[in-house]
Design a protein around this ligand. Sequence first.
Ligand code: PRP
Ligand code: URA
Length: 210
Amino acid sequence: MPLTELHHPVVDHWITRLRDRRTRPDEFRVICKRLTWFLVIEATRDLPTVVHEVETPLERHAGRALDADLVVVPILRAGLGMLEAVTDMFPKIAVGYVGLERDHTTAMASTYYCKLPEVRDRVVLVVDPMLATGGSAGAAVEMLRKAGARDVRLLSMVAAPEGVRALEKRFPDLKIVTAALDRELNDSKYILPGLGDFGDRLYGTGDTLL
Ligand code: PRP
Ligand code: URA
């Protein structure tokens, strides 16, 4: 499945503010939520709808209502920064959690938590802002596939070509939507130009407040 990169001046504006090392966690969190709305809109573009009749103040109107059961799965912890934008948009959405952490030396992700609702016959939105090697997102998708999910869509803020290629090879039908497809990974498997460690910048841990 092809990658979709958002091309939108407002997205470019806010992603640049995220990249700026001077952007502090309070502002970073607000921008993250704003950008997630754009990703959600793109990732759900093809959701089915049914006719839904309403009375406007003037006449009867055959409108549309969404006809899909949805699940959102934030990858802890940085994915939590994207969760509220999704639950605002879809108040009835079920929420699953996958906890994954990359080892700082090897960049290999290991799982420390997994709690999923029913995912069979549902549209599953995996939210994780950084797609670097693809190890974390790949592990989450694997868990979802094992749980019976067929329609999985990955929403990321910034993706590296290496991670996109790895996921495309492993899951050819995975839909990936990203706000920015960056240049490459560095030797430590961080995305360039990137924005640093998303979780640290979101929550003010690490050396992000320098
Ligand atoms: C970050 C990010 C992704 C992962 C991407 O999480 O939020 O989950 O790295 O890297 P990958 O594509 O190479 O797996 P991290 O492991 O730093 O954990 P955190 O969200 O708890 O900070
Ligand atoms: N995780 C991050 O938070 N940033 C990167 O650049 C790569 C992985």
